[in-house]
Design a binder for this molecule. Structure first.
Ligand code: WTA
Length: 651
């Protein structure tokens, strides 16, 4: 994570080329008009965007109904997300797009599929009919637990076509985590695959679903895509093959005319407690937000090949692999596997092979490639690229400069986009033809977005300032709640300041009004751009029979941004040794998934606590970062002296 001292010394600034600015979807003039309108009248601005970028079956009677913290956008309007992503590219002035590639997909082994808008439309209608035939009705939840295959996008769009909210669970989560999420959403149907490819081998997913569904009685049906053709058990009366169902399904399925506030999807994300939150997004506002930001920030043109490397299991994949691009009739590239398989140049070879012109990835990946060496990108022709993006974590200026120089050939603007699962779409970002970029800054809020920085006391700041990042006006893509938990929704996001959304990030604004995001200031870690709650890992650890108590903190890591360090006090009957380290890492993987596995586990007799019994997290963070004593993994460390020294400070 970049520290604020070095960020504030950053003086480099890059102008977009005159050529880029001239052809930009939003040039300097439009952007400045929109900024003014969005500043003065955000609802008017968003209503204009909703008219321009989304097709509606019925207009709204009111743009925004705001009863803090509950917002309704485009009240009374009716639309359908799959209609906007598919049907409108097959008829009217854009009918020529029917034979345009909607999805270009490449599997890790090198197999490929190109799916046109007309073909995608057919498959989506077929699967929507499959869902209906399995008893899925408007409002029923469908869980998608899949590898990065086109069937995932097809299933999402099919859900939106009939108004069944989807809940996608990233394929790296364990059976335990999957079951928790299925139960929380009470999903009736799960779509999965036999497996997928990663790191040169097939992994299994169906067995995870079997284990999860054993604990999730709400699930009636499991639909399985054959991807790897490995052996799987199919339970009769419950499990059905995707290809068999699709073979018999009709391609005729009119889109449901859904209320703008109809639930579109739930996506679970980590918070500061052990239980993940089901973030709820709805139809019209979300679509308006992602369609508009995609068009403006990624400057999409009909001949672009756009590639966002995120897995669809995360919000970036929802908004900017599937919905934003398809709503704009773009060609979106999907890649199934690991970035370095079969070699460290796989990504660059994909850019060259498919002529990718817009590329959106995460700082962790960029830092990994810096370490692998410039020769890999340099061995490929990357001249098709014209725009680069970054998301998920703060990008340190050095990584930005490398991205600019080695990948962008110094000619591509970089859009560093700040947003969250909760915001639905991008909130702070350069408009690439209209603003000078500075390495490490997400620049300014998107027009119509009212972001500010509040100080420790909760006062709004102006001009140059540092503090907590907040949003002071509702926006169309904002979360509408936490699934089944109004109280937590109010407390987490709206409890700190009146009528103001608290993002949980620290930020700084410089003299020219540019935002520099520092990262999470709560007990959420950002590991390789993925959010993981310290409490989640702690509850996984203490659920092991070996552990009496555990505290988890993040420490800065050059590649992943944050590394997970667990301080564990073992039960008296357990020996603290390397075997226990291995056992606990495996246990966390089983409880949550490999993404939450601690990098380091340190054993201690007792966790350092204040007089009032609070774990001294700041002390542990310092110890984990090596700012204080460091011990040997297999001996029990004693922090009591350090704790005494610090006591007054943390109590
Ligand atoms: C962090 C991912 C700095 C931030 C879209 C936020 C960023 C969390 C940036 C949300 C950025 C995201 N610069 N930090 N450009 N983008 N973050 O929900 O801490 O997976 O709160 O959404 O990622 O993570 P989430």
């Amino acid at each position: 994570m970049p520290d604020i001292e070095s960020l504030l010394k950053e003086r480099r600034s890059f102008k977009p080329s005159a050529d880029f600015s001239r052809q930009a979807n939003w040039n300097k003039r439009t952007t400045s008009e929109y900024r003014k309108l969005g500043e003065k009248n955000p609802t008017k601005f968003w209503a204009k965007m909703a008219k321009e970028n989304v097709d509606w079956f019925k207009p709204w009677t009111k743009v925004l109904d705001w009863k803090p913290p509950f917002a309704k956008w485009f009240v009374g309007a009716k639309t359908n997300v799959s209609y906007n992503c598919l049907d409108r590219h097959l008829e009217g002035p854009n009918a020529w797009r029917k034979n345009k590639a909607a999805i270009i997909w490449e599997g890790e082994p090198g197999d490929t599929r190109t799916i046109t808008y007309a073909e995608l439309h057919k498959d989506v209608c077929r699967f929507a009919n499959v869902l209906k035939s399995q008893g899925i009705k408007k409002g029923d939840r469908v869980c998608l637990y899949m590898p990065m295959v086109p069937e995932l996008a097809i299933a999402m769009l099919a859900c939106t076509r009939i108004g069944a909210p989807h809940s996608i669970v990233f394929g790296g989560f364990s059976a335990e985590a999957l079951s928790d999420r299925i139960n929380d959403a009470q999903a009736k149907l799960v779509v999965t695959a036999d497996g997928g490819y990663r790191k040169g081998a097939a992994f299994g997913l169906k067995e995870m679903v079997d284990a999860a569904v054993a604990k999730s009685p709400c699930v009636e049906t499991v639909v399985v895509v054959a991807r790897t053709n490995q052996d799987v058990e199919m339970k009769s009366g419950r499990d059905l093959w995707w290809h068999e169902l699709m073979a018999d399904a009709s391609t005729n399925c009119p889109p449901a005319k859904l209320d703008a506030e109809h639930p579109l999807f739930i996506l679970y994300t980590s918070g500061t407690t052990g239980n993940p939150k089901g973030i709820l997004h709805t139809t019209g506002g979300y679509l308006t937000h992602v369609a508009t930001t995609f068009k403006a920030i990624f400057d999409i043109k009909d001949d672009d090949v756009y590639w966002c490397t995120a897995d669809i299991g995360w919000i970036t994949g929802h908004s900017y692999v599937v919905y934003g691009p398809l709503a704009n009739g773009a060609t979106t590239l999907m890649y199934e596997g690991t970035p370095t398989e079969p070699g460290p140049d796989r990504w660059w070879s994909l850019i060259e092979k498919w002529g990718v012109s817009i590329f959106y990835t995460a700082p962790t990946a960029i830092r990994t490639f810096i370490r692998l060496g410039d020769e890999h990108p340099k061995s490929h022709d990357l001249s098709s690229l014209r725009l680069l993006g970054s998301v998920g974590e703060p990008i340190n200026p050095e990584a930005w400069m490398w991205y600019h120089r080695v990948i962008g050939g110094k000619r591509c603007p970089i859009v560093d986009t700040w947003w969250q699962t909760e915001t639905g779409g991008i909130m702070i970002s350069p408009l690439p033809g209209a603003i000078d970029t500075k390495p490490g800054s997400a620049t300014k809020p998107f027009p119509g977005i009212h972001a500010n920085i509040f100080d420790e006391e909760g006062n709004a700041t102006t001009g140059e300032a540092g503090g907590f990042l907040v949003l002071t006006h509702p926006w169309p893509g904002m979360l509408r709640g936490i699934w089944g938990d109004k109280k937590r929704f109010k407390e987490t996001y709206w409890g700190k300041y009146d009528n103001t959304y608290f993002a949980g990030d620290g930020a700084h604004r410089d003299k020219s009004g540019y935002f520099w995001i520092i990262g999470r200031i709560d007990d959420v870690m950002n590991v390789s751009g993925h959010r993981i709650g310290t409490m989640e890992v702690e509850s996984a650890l203490v659920s092991s029979t070996d552990v009496a108590e555990a505290a988890v903190v993040g420490r800065p890591d050059e590649i992943t941004g944050t590394a997970i360090v667990a301080f564990v006090s073992p039960k008296a009957t357990t020996t603290a040794d390397d075997a226990l380290v291995a056992r606990l890492k495996k246990h966390v993987t089983k409880e949550i998934g490999a993404i939450a596995r601690p990098t380091e586990i340190r054993f201690t007799n007792a966790l350092p606590k204040t007089r009032s019994g609070k774990i001294m997290r700041r002390l542990l963070r310092d110890i984990a970062s090596g700012r204080d004593v460091a011990g040997d993994t297999s001996t029990l460390e004693d922090f009591s002296v350090l704790a005494k020294l610090r006591e007054s400070e943390e109590d």
